[in-house]
Design a protein. Structure first.
Length: 130
């Protein structure tokens, strides 16, 4: 499994992925895709077999909903005012734990830290019904 971390999240997440054995993981900025349109990032993730990692849940869910096959989507959602590098790293580590060795093809793993600092984890087929 390899991950493509969106520019809205820290490149340090790639280091975590690589340390856990996902050596081909990348950050969009390292691929020269900084400030690219979301659809362009989706195309790259699909073409290269990346599990996409973002906190731009609404836009990327809408784009991947249209795809027949994708490697997976990991959404890290944080209540306003709670996002920090430490929170990103902890939630991404949790996402890796939850994924385990299972490829998340056509799945969405959503990790949410709500305003009460409670973490919610959801994993389901995406798009639903396929």
């Amino acid at each position: 499994m390899k991950f493509l971390v969106d520019e809205c999240l820290s490149p340090e997440l790639v280091a975590i992925a690589r340390a856990r054995g996902h050596g081909e993981s990348m950050h969009v900025t390292w691929l020269g895709m900084r400030s690219r349109k979301d659809w362009s990032i989706v195309r790259r993730a699909i073409a290269d077999g990346y599990v996409l990692v973002t906190n731009n849940t609404t836009d990327f869910r809408a784009l991947l909903r249209r795809e027949e096959v994708h490697a997976g989507l990991v959404c890290i959602n944080v209540a306003p005012g709670l996002m920090s590098l430490d929170v990103q790293k902890r939630l991404f580590a949790l996402a890796l734990d939850r994924l385990g060795d299972g490829e998340p093809v056509n799945e969405l793993l959503q990790i949410t830290l709500d305003e009460h600092k409670v973490v919610h984890v959801e994993r389901y087929d995406f798009p639903i019904g396929r």
